[in-house]
Design a protein around this ligand. Structure first.
Ligand code: 16G
Ligand code: MG
Length: 558
C-alpha cells in the first residue's frame, strides 16, 4: 500500500470510530444491530466491498437493511458477483474489519489482507459497487458512511441505486456482471413480461372462481409494498390491492411475513371482511413471501400458506412442464433430456411437506438454516428449488440446462409450433426469467405463485389442501453459552455436549410422528427448539420437555 492510500484510509477511518464495547459478527444475514451503533461498521463494509470488487474484478452490491427487524435496527450485507451472498471465506475478514479497535489496526488488517489475497491497490484497477437501502430512516446516513468507505480505496466507485428491495439489488449485481442492463425499469419489465408470457400460455378452461381473482398484499410498511405499487402499474392480468405500503404505519410492526408466519394471525389492516380472499405478506426488505387466508369466526387467526407450500407448488409446476416437454414418441426419443431436479429444505420444513414432495417423486435434500447454504446446494442441480419455511426461496436453473432448453424450444418452434411440448419449453424459459435467480424475491415469487394458480385453476384453499401441516411448536431457550451446542446432519443431530441427543431421542420417541431438533440461533443469543407431532398438544409438550433438557444440560442464561 503506498503512502497516499495509507493516509486516505487513516484519515477517513478516523472519522468513523467504532462505538466502545460493540462486537458484531457478519452472521447469516450480514451485520445487524441498532442503527445508532452501525456507522463505523457500514463504513468498513464499504472498504470490504471495494476490496471484493477489486479481487473479483466484478461489480459488487452493498445493501443496507435489517429486513424484518424493528425499524430502529439496521444492517449491511454484501452481494457477490453472481448476485448471491458474500463468499463464506471472506466472512472472518468482515468480522475482523468490523471489530478493529482503531484506525491503525484497521490499516494493518487491510494491508495484510490485500497481500494475502494479491489484491492490487493504488488505483491500478477499478472497482464498482452498487448501493441500495430499504426505507428505514437511518438508511440515508448509513449509505453515506458506506460511500466514504468505498471512496477510501483508490479506483473504487460507488453507484447509489436508491431505495430498493434486497432482491432488486442482488438482481442488478447479477445482471451487471452478465453485461445486461440493470436498472429498476429493466427489473420490472423482465418480471412483467415473463409473467405475461406465463399467463398467455395458460391452457383454455383453467378458471379460478371470481372471488379468488383478487389478491391482497401486506407490504410490511416497507420497501416491498412501495415497489409492488410501481410494478402493479405495468402488470396486466392481476387484481392486486396493496395494504401496509408504508405511507402510514411503522415498518414491521404487527405486519409483514415474519410476523404473519410466526404469530399465525392477520397483519394490521386485515380482518373479518377478508375471509376467503387470497392474501400475501412480504417482509421488510421483500425477500420473503408467505400467503394466508383469514379464517371465519376465529379471532384474527389465519390459514398460513408458508414457504414449504410455495416450494411444493413450484416443484409441482416444474415437474409437470418437464413431463410434458419430455413426452417422447419414438421420433423424438433422442431429443429428451431429463435435467437433474432437486428440492432443498431445512430441518424447519414441516414433515408433511417433505413427505408430500418425496411421494411426488422428487429428490429432497436438507441443509443447515441460512439462505447461503440452501442456495449453494440448489446450485448443484440443473433445476434446484429451495425454500425455508419462513418464505425465503427461489429456483435456480443451470446455464447448461437453459442452453439446452433454448435450443429445444427453437427446434420445437420450427417442427411443432404451438404444441404442448413447445408450450412447456416456453413456460420453463419464462419461469427462469421471472424468478430471481440471485436470491429469494417476494415480488417475483408472488408473480410466479399467481401465474401457477391461474394455470392450475386453483384457489388458495385448493393449494393449501396439497397436504396438511403437522402441528409444530418453536421455542427459544436462554442458556449460558449457546455455542456449546454443536450440530451435524443439517442441524438435526447434536454431537456436543454428549448425552443431549440421546435425551432428545428418548423424549421424541414418546410421541407419534414426533420429530424434534435444537440449534443455536445465528441471529439471537438463544438456543432454538423445534418440535412437531401428531397433535398440537403433543408438539407443545415435546418442545417444552426438550426446552427443559436444554436448561439441565446447558444452564439457564439470564
Ligand atoms: C437469517 C437468514 C435466514 C434464516 C434465519 C435464521 C439469510 C438471508 N437469512 O435471517 O435464512 O432463516 O437467519 O435465524 O440467510 P436464526 O439462526 O436466528 O434461527
Ligand atoms: Mg428479509
Amino acid at each position: 500500500m503506498n503512502d497516499n492510500q495509507r493516509s486516505i484510509l487513516l484519515e477517513s477511518s478516523s472519522r468513523f470510530p467504532p462505538p466502545p464495547g460493540v462486537k458484531l459478527s457478519y452472521g447469516t444475514s450480514g451485520f445487524r444491530a441498532d442503527a445508532s451503533v452501525l456507522q463505523s461498521t457500514v463504513f468498513r463494509v464499504g472498504i470490504l466491498a471495494a476490496l471484493r470488487s477489486l479481487k473479483t474484478q466484478s461489480v459488487i452490491g452493498l445493501m443496507i437493511t435489517a429486513s424484518h427487524n424493528k425499524v430502529s435496527d439496521n444492517g449491511v450485507k454484501i452481494a457477490d458477483p453472481s448476485g448471491g451472498m458474500l463468499s463464506q471465506d471472506w466472512e472472518p475478514f468482515a468480522d475482523a474489519l468490523a471489530d478493529a479497535p482503531d484506525s491503525q489496526r484497521l490499516l494493518q488488517l487491510v494491508d495484510d489482507f490485500v497481500k494475502k489475497e494479491n489484491i492490487l491497490l493504488e488505483g491500478a484497477q477499478s472497482a464498482e459497487i452498487l448501493l441500495g437501502r430499504d426505507t428505514r430512516p437511518s438508511g440515508e446516513s448509513l449509505l453515506e458512511a458506506a460511500k466514504q468507505g468505498i471512496n477510501s480505496i483508490a479506483g473504487a466507485v460507488a453507484v447509489d441505486m436508491g431505495v430498493l428491495t434486497t432482491p432488486q439489488l442482488h438482481w442488478m449485481v447479477r445482471a451487471r456482471n452478465k453485461s445486461m442492463k440493470a436498472t429498476e425499469l429493466e427489473y420490472f419489465e423482465q418480471l412483467s413480461n415473463s409473467f405475461r408470457c406465463l399467463i398467455d400460455l395458460i391452457p383454455q378452461g383453467s378458471a379460478v372462481n371470481k372471488i379468488n381473482d383478487k389478491l391482497i398484499v401486506d407490504g410490511a410498511n416497507g420497501v416491498g409494498g412501495e415497489k409492488l405499487e410501481l410494478l402493479n402499474k405495468i402488470l396486466n392480468g392481476l387484481d392486486i390491492e396493496i395494504r401496509n405500503s408504508g405511507k402510514q404505519g411503522v415498518l414491521n410492526e404487527g405486519v409483514g411475513a415474519d410476523y404473519v408466519q410466526k404469530e399465525k394471525v392477520v397483519p394490521c389492516k386485515f380482518g373479518p371482511a377478508d375471509v376467503g380472499i387470497r392474501c400475501a405478506s412480504l417482509d421488510g426488505d421483500a425477500d420473503r413471501l408467505v400467503y394466508f387466508s383469514v379464517l371465519s369466526n376465529a379471532n384474527n387467526k389465519i390459514d398460513l400458506v408458508d414457504g414449504d407450500k410455495i416450494l411444493s407448488l413450484f416443484a409441482l409446476f416444474i415437474e409437470e412442464q418437464l413431463n410434458t416437454l419430455n413426452k417422447c414418441d419414438r421420433d423424438t426419443e433422442n431429443k429428451c433430456y431429463w435435467p437433474t431436479l432437486g428440492v432443498v429444505q431445512t430441518a424447519y420444513a414441516n414433515g408433511a411437506s417433505t413427505d408430500y414432495l418425496k411421494h411426488s417423486g422428487l429428490e429432497v435434500v436438507f441443509t443447515k438454516t441460512g439462505v447461503k447454504y440452501l442456495h449453494e446446494k440448489a446450485a448443484e442441480y440443473d433445476i434446484g428449488i429451495y425454500f425455508e419455511a419462513n418464505g425465503h426461496g427461489t429456483i435456480l436453473f443451470s446455464e447448461g440446462f437453459l442452453h439446452w432448453l433454448d435450443g429445444r424450444n427453437s427446434e420445437l418452434a420450427s417442427t411443432s409450433k404451438g404444441s404442448e411440448q413447445q408450450k412447456a419449453a416456453l413456460r420453463l424459459l419464462a419461469v427462469s426469467k421471472l424468478i430471481n435467480q440471485a436470491v429469494g424475491d417476494a415480488l417475483s415469487g408472488l408473480l410466479l405463485v399467481e401465474a401457477i394458480l391461474q394455470h392450475m385453476g386453483w384457489s388458495i384453499h385448493r393449494w393449501n389442501d396439497l397436504y396438511h401441516d403437522l402441528p409444530s411448536r418453536q421455542l427459544k431457550v436462554k442458556v449460558v453459552d449457546r455455542t456449546a451446542i454443536v450440530t451435524e446432519n443439517a442441524e438435526t443431530v447434536v454431537v456436543s455436549p454428549p448425552g443431549i441427543q440421546e435425551a432428545i431421542d428418548a423424549e421424541t420417541a414418546k410421541y407419534p410422528r414426533g420429530r424434534c431438533f435444537v440449534r443455536p440461533s445465528g441471529t439471537e443469543d438463544v438456543v432454538r427448539v423445534y418440535a412437531e407431532a401428531a397433535t398440537q398438544e403433543a408438539a407443545d409438550n415435546l418442545a417444552n420437555s426438550v426446552a427443559q433438557l436444554m436448561d439441565q444440560f446447558l444452564g439457564g442464561g439470564t
